[in-house]
Structures are given as C-alpha cells and as structure tokens.
Ligand binder design. Sequence first.
Ligand code: SF4
Length: 349
Amino acid sequence: MKRKTTKKIYVGHVPVGGDAPITVQSMTNTKTKDIEGTVSQILRLEDAGCEIIRFAVNDNDDVAAIAPIKSRIHIPVVVDIQFDYRLAVASAIAGADCIRINPGNIGNRDKVYEVVAACKDKNIPIRVGVNSGSLHQDCLDEFGGVNEQSMVQSGLREINVLESMGFNNLKISLKASDVGLCIRAYEAFSSVSDYPLHLGITEAGPSFQGTIKSAVGMGVLLNEGIGDTIRVSLTADPVEEVRVGLGILKSLGLRQEGIDIVSCPTCARTNIDLLGLVDEAQMRLADMDKNLKVALMGCAVNGPGEAREADIGIAGGRGEGLIFKKGKILRKVPESCLLDALIEEIERM
Ligand code: SF4
C-alpha cells in the first residue's frame, strides 16, 4: 500500500502525519479530576502500547488536574473540549499537548480566536473533530442530510475558520458510527486535503461488535494509505481499545513490534488442548519484547507447513507436540511442557 502523504504535526514529542509511524490513541474513562485514578489508567494504557492519550476537560477542577497528571505520565495529552472556549484556553495554558474541539460548538469567531491564540502561543495543534451526529444545519440543508459530502464540507468549513486566523497546526477526524459512511467521508476528505487524519469509528459499541466495526472501517482506510493516527472506541476497558488498535496495525503489516500469534482454528485432527495453549500463550507472551511471528497449530500434518512463514511454532500431536522454526522441526516435546519449551526457545531468539 502507498501511504497518502500528509502534513506532519507534533502532539507533544509524538509526530503525527507525514512519514511518522501511525500511532495508537485511547481516551480515559475516569473522572479527569480524579488524578490518582486517571494517572493509574493512563499508565496501564501506556503499558499496553498507547502512544497518545485524550481526556475530557469539563470544568476548572479538570483543568487543574492537567499538570499533575502530565507530570506522572510519559505520553502526550489531548484535551477534549465540548463547548466552553475558556476551558480550551485554560487547558492550553495548563500544558495540554493538543486541544480537540469542534469549532462549530465553540461559538462565535471571537471565542474560536481566543482558542487559536492560546494554541499558537503554546505551539500546540488543534484536532478538529467532525462527528456525523453534530453537523452544522447549513451543511445538512445544503447536502441533503448526513452523508459524506456534508461531513467533509463541515470539516473544511471548520478548517477554513482556523486557517483564516493564520492557524494550520491541525489534524482532523470525521467520525460516524456507520462504517460505510465513515469510510466514504475519510476517503473524500483525504482526496481534497493533506491535513493529517485521526481515524475512528464512533460509538462502535461493546468489545466484540466495536472490534469488528473498527477493524473493517479503519482496515479499509489504512489499506488505502489513509490515516495517520487511530483510536478504537469500545464500551470496554480502554486498554482493550489499544490492543485492538495495535492489532489492526499489525494485521496490515503497519507495525512489527511484539509477538504476533497465528493459530489454527482446530479441527478433527486436533488431539491437544490447543485453545488452552493459545490462551496461556497469549498471556505469557503479551509482554515479550521481541518481534516474532509465533504459530500455534493443532496438528503435525498441516501445522508446520501451513505456518512455514512463522519464525517459530508448535504443532500438536497425541499427548505431545513438535517445536518448529521456519517450517523445520526442531524437536518433539510432551504436551505438558510444550509451552514452556516453546517459550524457552523464543527467549533464546
Ligand atoms: S493445522 Fe491441523 S489441526 Fe489445525 S485446522 Fe489445520 S488440519 Fe486441523
């Protein structure tokens, strides 16, 4: 795939757009003013691989929490503002690394200007967050309701407002919960603008449904070279969002870090507890700091052959299994110590 070239901006120390790697973001679901709870969630998200964190700022107590939270975490902070421009200005001053606003919700031009002035002063970007559920009435009227044209025009108008104030340190999202609409909106926007794109399917739902929607929507776009940073939205622990986001990137070869487990679906040829082995392997390999493809296959008939491209793997037999490397059998091991033996080999690699 050829990645669309976009303008590079910086959210704190993390580049977004241009030739920068596609980053994975998440959003906290603690009360921001609960500093302990928020920091502890962000540290868990960092461990999972989160590279940029967003939290909502709803009042002055939340603004006051920005600096203490930032002093205890290691990834840049995007502050999410709904309506009150004063909170956006105060958040920029308090050390936010990016402000997410929908200029249309902020109010008149003077208020937007105040936000722009604060962001310019602090040299931080703004994310324009277009959402299919809150498009301008004039865009809806002009383009016949919620569709990709009204979403794209809404985004362009908001960008025009900021550009007219001499501000172009921007990224943009065009979120919808309808996967097809979301894909069309990002495709259409990407064809007319080179601002970096934050991809997301909004209100994607609980883990299972949200993972599918996000993987389909973002997968299509990323495969077309569209998207510079991603956030999976799930009604779940945000750590899940990061795992899914990284999984989407890995499945398209856009990330190589970490262990990539491939496993067979099992069938009548399986004579070992492959499901149990895979569950345990996922847990034990989750924090392994190696870039390897590990295959866990149910049988020796097809296993090593089908998983030839894996760096290392196991193939189950009856009460025992084979360990193989790059399709070549290394040794036979009893089932009870198959996983331990595999992990020993991986540690040596
Ligand atoms: S690798 Fe073997 S056990 Fe697994 S699905 Fe294929 S044939 Fe069945």
